[in-house]
Design a protein around this ligand. Structure first.
Ligand code: AP5
Length: 257
């Protein structure tokens, strides 16, 4: 258990970039996939879980958003293509996403473990991840599916504001900044994500229903699915998630004794 949060540079920038500080190796690294509709609160929970479990928060959406700040010449063709899909709320094609994840295989092998957020998002991506992890002998600890009625999800998305500097996430009603439009942590300006506009939210929800919902059955068949009710405040959901993770670890241990 550790409170250290690293820069995730190896994941965000790819290539030979190293994280700072280096990940703290764990005797039993936790490897989780977070599922759930856009806006259900995966990123919020990932932050809390990483602090507690010491694993690294690996979000494919964060890679794409970070690439926006690169000059067009510095951005790969795949990342430029991804930004076009993302701005419309559409899923980025599997081949592009998988190429980006494969380039970052070292992050999946991280000795501190990982929390994958926003990947896999289609059955093809889940199958590719399964193969990759099997080749590397890296079993998943579990797959957490956060559940919430759609009206509450849309309300969470519509009120989200993100810091342009440190990327901290706020909500206009549930976790507002102390000063309007200014980040409490770094003083950066808060903005609304392009894909949080109503027309993009509709497209994202449809993509989720069509492409990502089937993953619930995919992981349930493999005995990995852990369903969590995502209503209430973030700390309550976090406690529910930890309890479910402990329960699932206990069941697995009993099965093997
Ligand atoms: P991505 O970045 O993965 O976004 P997402 O899945 O749409 O999820 P979000 O980041 O929108 O929401 P979240 O669940 O993390 O919620 P959050 O914690 O911020 O993907 C973006 C795009 O990239 C995709 O549309 C696609 O184009 C592309 N992409 C990425 N990966 C891909 C892949 N693998 N394949 C293809 N395309 C891919 O919370 C939301 C708000 O609610 C915040 O304001 C927060 O403060 C608030 N909140 C959180 N918890 C609570 C709570 N308990 N109570 C009240 N408010 C809360």
């Amino acid at each position: 258990m550790t409170e250290t949060k690293n820069s995730r540079s190896a994941w965000i920038q790819g290539g030979q970039t190293q994280c700072s500080p280096s990940p703290v190796p764990s005797a039993r690294p936790v490897r989780l996939v977070l599922l759930g509709a856009p806006g259900v609160g995966k990123g919020t929970q990932a932050d809390l879980l990483c602090q507690r479990l010491g694993a690294c928060h690996l979000s494919t959406g964060d890679i794409f958003r970070a690439s926006k700040s690169l000059a067009p010449g510095e951005r790969s063709a795949g990342l430029s293509e991804a930004l076009t899909y993302m701005s419309k709320g559409l899923l980025v094609p599997d081949t592009t996403v998988l190429a980006i994840v494969r380039e970052r295989l070292a992050c999946l092998k991280c000795p501190g473990g990982f929390l994958l957020d926003g990947f896999p998002r289609t059955v093809a991506q889940a199958e590719a991840l399964e193969k990759l992890l099997a080749q590397e002998h890296l079993p998943l600890t579990g797959v957490i599916d956060f559940e919430l009625p759609i009206q509450e999800i849309v309300e969470r998305l519509a009120g989200r504001r993100t810091c342009a500097g440190c990327k901290a996430v706020y909500h206009l009603v549930h976790s507002p900044p102390l000063k309007k439009d200014v980040c409490d942590r770094c003083g950066g300006a808060l903005y609304q994500r392009e894909d949080d506009r109503p027309e993009s939210i509709r497209v994202r929800m449809n993509a989720y229903q069509e492409s990502t919902l089937p993953l619930i059955q995919f992981y349930s068949q493999r005995g990995l699915l852990i369903s969590i009710k995502a209503d209430g405040a973030p700390p309550a959901i976090f406690q529910r998630t930890l309890a479910a993770l402990n329960g699932s670890a206990r069941v697995k241990k009993e099965k093997h004794t």
